[in-house]
Ligand binder design. Structure first.
Ligand code: G3P
Ligand code: CA
Length: 309
């Protein structure tokens, strides 16, 4: 499933380079900046509500410790799964913090600039459908089933719940283009028979798993239409004689599109001189079919100017 035409701009957690990640304002900004798809990481609450939130735990992007002292588990973390939706409504979402409590990306939107909450998946889809209706411009959604095995152990089938929510929202219309993504290959294979065959699946690949072999890409192509590899997998050859970027060509030969993550102006890979140089290499030289980026405006501008508007 190679993309015909220009690479897709996938807003990674929204326009998260400019506003707190996975807030509705970050999605609205990404939409206004011309993203083709808006990403949703999806996790579950104690009362089995699906929320758009990246982590299983709350403390890296919210003020949970201030509102709910003592509600952490023995490991010191505050889990989304331990709070019901009404409780999570009280939290404010702010800049992502590092383990030392500093801002992960200094210079991004500050913690003092406004009050933002955690949306449910259904709320966010309805919000995006509202933007499509009011603007007349279509945009896709790109939900990720986060840690399905962990959720299963917690007593919820996150993947099936996500599919049910998606379909219920889509029936309300307007129907949005969708990619469904997950790191867990077994989960994607399990969900495949429960989906419209036309729903494209994306097998996410992290750098710890190493560069997938040609045989592995063939297996992935039996249930997915694209891979979402870490940028490291593209940029750093595995030391097995493979050229940097050759993963794109190998995936294309297997019939898979390639949507690497994550392109950040303020967190460039080692040895890359600029954001534009990174885009030039991945999109133009190697032919990636899309990209997850915190800066949809910069990707949109580059693609329109370099690859035709
Ligand atoms: O889903 C693509 C990319 O977002 C994967 O990384 O950790 O940001 O979900 P993560
Ligand atoms: Ca994600």
């Amino acid at each position: 499933m190679q993309t015909i035409g220009r690479p897709l701009v996938i807003a990674h957690r929204g326009a998260s380079g400019y506003l707190p990640e996975h807030t509705l304002v970050a999605k609205a900004l990404a939409f206004g900046q011309g993203a083709d798809y808006l990403e949703q990481d999806v996790v579950a609450t104690r009362d089995d509500q699906l929320i758009v939130f990246h982590d299983l735990t709350l403390e890296q992007t919210t003020d949970v410790a201030r509102h709910f002292p003592g509600r952490q588990r023995a490991d010191g973390h505050y889990y989304c799964r331990d709070f019901n939706l009404a409780e999570l409504r009280r939290l404010g979402v702010g800049p992502r913090l590092d383990p030392q409590g500093g801002e992960r990306h200094p210079g991004r939107f500050p913690g003092t600039g406004g009050r933002f909450g955690i949306p449910t998946l259904a709320e966010e889809i309805r919000f995006i459908q509202g933007l499509v209706r009011s603007s007349g411009r279509m945009v896709g959604i790109y939900p990720e089933v986060k840690d399905p095995a962990w959720h299963h152990d917690e007593g919820i089938d996150l993947g099936m719940n996500l599919l049910d929510t998606l379909e219920a929202c889509q029936q309300q219309g307007p129907r949005l283009p969708v990619f469904l993504q997950c790191f867990d290959a077994g989960e994607l294979q399990r969900l495949r028979p429960h989906c419209d065959p036309g729903l494209p699946f994306v097998q996410l690949l992290d750098s710890a798993g190493g560069r997938p072999s040609v045989a592995r890409l063939g297996e992935i192509a039996s249930y997915a239409q694209a891979i979402g590899p870490s940028l490291k997998l593209l940029l750093h050859p595995a030391g097995d004689g493979q050229a940097a970027g050759s993963l794109v060509a190998d995936a294309h030969r297997a019939g898979l599109a390639v949507h690497p993550y994550t392109f950040r102006r303020d967190e460039l890979p080692a040895g890359v001189e600029s954001f534009e140089a990174l885009l030039e290499t991945c999109l133009v030289a190697w032919g990636a079919d899309g990209l997850f980026t915190d800066f949809p405006d910069l990707a949109r501008s580059f693609i329109d100017q370099r690859l035709g508007g």
